[in-house]
Design a protein around this ligand. Structure first.
Ligand code: SF4
Ligand code: SF4
Length: 56
């Protein structure tokens, strides 16, 4: 299990600052989560203005 960022992402960067394990990075104008690093804490989802990160 890991969180995944949907196409709704507006690349604000808030989630990347919040992630405790630095699993989120910017790629081609969108933010992506490294599933192997994500610890499923949910912090990214709680700060995202458009609810783009969701648990898979
Ligand atoms: Fe990072 Fe937590 Fe979001 Fe996973 S769920 S990407 S660990 S903030
Ligand atoms: Fe994209 Fe939401 Fe992360 Fe902002 S907080 S970069 S909109 S996923």
């Amino acid at each position: 299990m890991a969180y995944k960022i949907s196409d709704d992402c507006i690349a604000c960067g808030a989630c990347a600052e919040e992630c405790p394990v630095d699993a989120i990075s910017e790629k081609d104008g969108k933010y992506v989560i490294d599933a192997d690093t994500c610890i499923d804490c949910g912090s990214c989802a709680s700060v995202c203005p458009v609810d783009a990160p969701a648990a898979e």
